[in-house]
Design a protein around this ligand. Structure first.
Ligand code: GLC
Length: 733
C-alpha cells in the first residue's frame, strides 16, 4: 500500500512540476513579448503582421527594416538562413522571420493525398506521415506548414476534397488532431517540428455547386454541426495557427468575419494562436463587395481578427496610417502582434533562428521515409471489386498488358500540393511492376491515350497488348491538377478518352483490372458494372508504383475504406451518407418519395466501403445496457472473424442514429472505428464506448446536448452494412 502511495505522490509531484514549469515558460514568453512590444514602432508592429511570398528580392529591404513578419515558399536551409540572417542581424530589433510552406502530404517524400491517407482509417499512420513531413520540412528551413486542411467536403465536384479527410465530421476531427500532433510533435521548440495551421476557416467545402471559392450559404446549425468541429479538434490538439478561407458565409467573407474569427475562435474557443489570411483573401473582399477599397479591407480584416495578412501588403500599406490617425486602436495591434510573437517564441526562433543545414542530407527522402511512404500508400488503397478473385495476380504470369496514361507516369501520382516532391523520384506503376517481377513475366506497356482531351486513343496497340496477355491492368484517372485548389470539375467521369480505352481492352475478352488514380470520388458506373477488379489508389505519391504492385501481387492485402461516397452520376452531388431522412424517405416503391426519376439514390460505392482478399464475419452484437440516463455510458461490441484464407485488415465501424431529436437527425453518423488485422480463422472482440461524446448534438436552441429517446446502432464493415441494435436514453433524476 505504501509503495502505491509513494508512486502516486511522485507522479503527482512530477505532473505539478511539469504544469508549473510550462506555466513559468508561458509567463516568461509573455514577459519577453511585453518587453519587445514596448520597443517596437507601429511600423515594426504591423510589419510582424505582414507576409510576403518568395522570391524575396522584391521585399528584402522591408525585411532589413524589420517590416516583414513571415514569408512563404522559400526552402533550402542555406537559402532560408541567409534571409533569416538579414532579419535577425540587420534589422533594428532582430525579430526572426517565420517561414511557411504548404506541406500538405509530405515535403520531399510525398505521401498519399490527404483524402488517400484518410482512406487508411489509421490515424497513427496519418500522424506519422505528418511527423516525417515535419522532419523533412524543418531540415529545409520551413518553420510552419499551411496544413492540415480540415474542410469537410460533401461535394466531389469540389477539387479540394483531395486535401482533406472527406465527408464525415467525426473522421475529420480525428484526422485533424492526428495531423496537428504529427507536425508539431511534443514541443514546438524542437527543431524537428513545424507549426501547424488548421485551414480554411470556415465551411470552404460547402461552396455551392462544388465550384472553388464559390458562395457558401448555410445555417449556423450546419456550420457548428458539420464544418467547425474539425477546426476545434485541431485547436484542441494544439494547432499554433489557423487560416481563414476565401469564401463568404451567408454574405460575410471569412477574412472579415468577426463572428468566426473573434466570437467563435477567441471568445468561445479561447484560441491563443494567430490567424493568417489566405492568399490575398483580405483584398479580395473588394470583389466580394463588402468593402469599397483596400483600406476598408485592411480595417475590416484586422477588426475581425486576421493577425497576419498573406501577400497583398494591405496591412503595411494602410494599417499604419489608420492607427496613426486613430482609425484603429494600437492596443488591438499589440494583441495581434503578441499572438504572432508568441508562436515565434514557442518555435524557439529567437533562441535558434537558423536551421542546421546538415540535416537535409540525411532527412530528405531517406530510405526509412520511403519505406514508410510505401507502407502507408498500400494501406490507403481501397479494393472496390474483385470478382472471381482475379486479384491478387500471380507472380509467374507469362504476360501482363499494362495500359493507360497513368501507368508509366511519374508526375500525376504525386497529386495536388506535392510541395518539394520530384517526379523523377516517384516510382511509377510500370517500375513497381518491374521491381516485383521475378519469373520473367513479360510486361507490355501501352499508354493508349492521354489523361484528358479528345485525341484519338491508340486502341490498336492496346488491343494487341491485351490479346497477348494473361491479364490487362488499366491505370487511369485524373491528372494532379484536376483536383486541389481551383480543381473543381463539373463532370465526375474518367476524363478524356480513357473509358473508351478500357471498353476496347475489355472487349478483347482478356481479364481486366482497373487501377484508379484520382483526387476525388469518381462516377464510374460502367466500370463498376463490367470490370471484374477495381482498385482505388488516389494519388499515392513517391512510392506509388511499389505500393500498387505490393497490393496487386498480393504482398499486401488491401484494407482501405472510402472516406467519401462515390456517385453514380455527378447529378447526385452533393452526396454523403449522413444525410437526413426527409418526410418521404425512399423506402417504399412509389413515385412520391425522395428519389430521382432516372437513377437510384444510393451511391455507387458508399462511405466506409472497401473489400479485402479475405472475408470477415461480424457476429454477437452486445449492448451493455438497454437503457442509460443522460450523461451515462454504455458499451457496444461485436466479434469479428477472418473467415478467409489470408491475413487481412478490416475496419470495424460504429454508426449511431438518434431516432427523434428537437431537430431532425441524420440517418446514420460514424461514432467510432478500429482498423484491425486478423490471421485466417482468427476472431477478435471489438468494443466501443457510447456516451455524451457520441450522442450529443446542437438542439433546437443550438445547445450541445444529449436528448432522451431511442437510439439505433450499427457495427459493420461500412456505412450500409452491419449488426443492428438499439437502446434508450432517459432523463436523469
Ligand atoms: C492558397 C490556398 C491555401 C494555401 C495558400 C498558400 O491559395 O488556398 O490553402 O495554403 O494559398 O499557398
Amino acid at each position: 500500500m505504501i509503495q502505491y502511495f509513494r508512486f502516486y505522490t511522485i507522479i503527482t509531484v512530477i505532473f505539478c512540476f511539469l504544469n508549473i514549469s510550462s506555466a513559468q515558460t508561458d509567463r516568461a514568453i509573455e514577459d519577453k513579448i511585453t518587453t519587445l512590444l514596448a520597443k517596437m514602432t507601429i511600423e515594426e508592429k504591423i510589419g510582424q503582421m505582414t507576409q510576403f511570398s518568395a522570391p524575396v528580392d522584391s521585399f528584402i529591404d522591408l525585411i532589413r527594416a524589420g517590416l516583414v513578419g513571415s514569408i512563404l515558399n522559400l526552402t533550402g536551409a542555406e537559402r532560408v538562413n541567409a534571409i533569416q540572417k538579414i532579419a535577425v542581424e540587420e534589422s533594428r530589433l532582430g525579430i526572426p522571420l517565420i517561414n511557411g510552406r504548404d506541406v500538405i502530404h509530405g515535403f520531399r517524400t510525398i505521401f498519399p493525398i490527404p483524402l488517400g491517407e484518410t482512406a487508411t482509417w489509421s490515424p497513427d499512420f496519418v500522424k506519422e506521415a505528418a511527423r516525417i513531413a515535419a522532419r523533412e520540412a524543418s531540415a529545409s528551413g520551413v518553420h510552419w506548414t499551411f496544413a492540415p486542411m480540415v474542410d469537410i467536403a460533401r461535394d466531389a465536384r469540389w477539387g479540394r476534397i483531395s486535401e482533406g479527410a472527406g465527408e464525415d465530421t467525426y473522421m475529420g476531427k480525428i484526422m485533424a488532431a492526428a495531423r496537428v500532433k504529427g507536425f508539431q510533435g511534443e514541443k514546438l521548440s524542437d527543431p524537428e517540428t513545424i507549426a501547424a495551421c488548421v485551414k480554411h476557416f470556415a465551411a470552404y467545402g460547402a461552396a455551392e455547386a462544388g465550384k472553388d471559392y464559390n458562395t457558401v450559404d448555410i445555417s449556423e446549425r450546419t456550420l457548428r454541426e458539420v464544418y467547425l468541429p474539425p477546426f476545434k479538434a485541431g485547436i484542441d490538439a494544439g494547432a499554433a495557427t489557423l487560416m481563414c478561407s476565401f469564401n463568404e458565409i451567408s454574405g460575410v467573407p471569412s477574412s472579415g468575419n468577426k463572428f468566426l474569427l473573434t466570437d467563435i475562435l477567441r471568445s468561445e474557443w479561447a484560441f491563443k494562436g494567430f490567424v493568417v489570411s489566405d492568399w490575398q483573401s483580405v483584398t479580395e473582399m473588394i470583389n466580394h463587395g463588402n468593402v469599397a477599397d483596400t483600406l476598408e479591407a485592411a480595417l475590416l480584416a484586422a477588426e475581425a481578427g486576421v493577425d497576419t495578412e498573406m501577400v497583398s501588403g494591405s496591412y503595411n500599406k494602410f494599417l499604419v496610417q489608420a492607427v496613426k490617425n486613430g482609425q484603429f486602436p494600437e492596443e488591438k495591434i499589440n494583441e495581434m502582434v503578441r499572438r504572432i510573437l508568441r508562436v515565434k517564441f514557442q518555435l524557439g526562433l529567437f533562441d535558434n533562428p537558423y536551421t542546421d543545414s546538415n540535416r537535409e542530407k540525411t532527412e530528405l527522402l531517406s530510405d526509412q521515409n520511403r519505406r514508410f511512404a510505401r507502407e502507408i500508400s498500400a494501406k490507403a488503397i481501397v479494393l472496390l471489386k474483385n470478382e472471381n478473385e482475379i486479384l491478387p495476380l500471380k507472380k509467374n504470369l507469362k504476360s501482363i498488358a499494362l495500359i493507360g496514361p497513368l501507368a508509366d507516369n511519374q508526375l500525376d501520382p504525386l497529386g495536388c500540393w506535392f510541395c518539394n516532391g520530384r517526379a523523377d523520384e516517384l516510382v511509377s506503376v510500370l517500375q513497381g511492376f518491374k521491381n516485383k517481377i521475378v519469373y520473367g513475366t513479360k510486361i507490355n506497356y501501352v499508354k493508349g491515350c492521354e489523361i484528358k482531351g479528345e485525341e484519338e486513343p491508340d486502341l490498336q496497340e492496346a488491343v494487341k497488348a491485351a490479346m497477348n496477355a494473361d491479364v490487362a491492368v488499366c491505370v487511369v484517372g485524373e491528372s494532379f491538377d484536376m483536383s486541389g485548389e481551383a480543381g473543381s470539375r463539373a463532370r465526375l467521369g474518367l476524363p478524356g478518352r480513357q473509358l473508351d480505352l478500357i471498353k476496347t481492352v475489355y472487349e478483347t475478352g482478356v481479364p481486366v483490372v482497373v487501377v484508379l488514380m484520382n483526387g476525388r470520388p469518381l462516377a464510374i458506373p460502367w466500370i463498376a458494372e463490367n470490370i471484374p477488379a477495381i482498385l482505388e489508389t488516389w494519388h499515392l505519391g513517391t512510392e506509388c508504383g511499389n505500393a500498387i504492385a505490393d497490393v496487386i501481387f498480393g504482398d499486401v492485402n488491401p484494407g482501405g475504406k472510402l472516406p467519401a461516397s462515390f456517385p453514380r452520376a455527378v447529378g447526385q452531388e452533393p452526396l454523403y451518407y449522413n444525410h437526413k431522412n426527409t418526410g418521404r424517405p425512399p423506402v417504399q416503391k412509389t413515385r412520391f418519395i425522395t428519389r430521382y426519376y432516372d437513377m437510384p439514390v444510393e451511391p455507387l460505392f458508399p462511405f466506409g466501403y472497401g473489400l479485402s482478399y479475405t472475408t470477415f464475419e461480424f457476429s454477437d452484437l452486445q449492448i451493455s445496457k438497454p437503457e442509460i440516463k443522460i450523461g451515462e455510458e454504455l458499451k457496444v461490441g461485436v466479434v469479428v472473424k477472418n473467415t478467409g484464407m489470408v491475413k487481412g485488415d478490416e475496419v470495424v465501424q460504429l454508426y449511431i442514429r438518434d431516432l427523434k431529436g428537437s431537430v431532425t437527425r441524420p440517418v446514420k453518423e460514424l461514432r467510432g472505428f478500429k482498423r484491425i488485422t486478423l490471421e485466417p480463422g482468427e476472431s477478435k472482440k471489438i468494443d466501443f464506448t457510447v456516451g455524451k461524446n457520441e450522442l450529443s448534438f446542437y438542439d433546437i436552441n443550438l445547445n450541445y446536448v444529449v436528448e432522451p429517446g431511442e437510439f439505433h446502432i450499427w457495427i459493420g464493415p461500412n456505412s450500409t452494412e452491419g449488426l443492428h441494435g438499439r437502446f434508450q436514453v432517459v432523463k436523469g433524476q
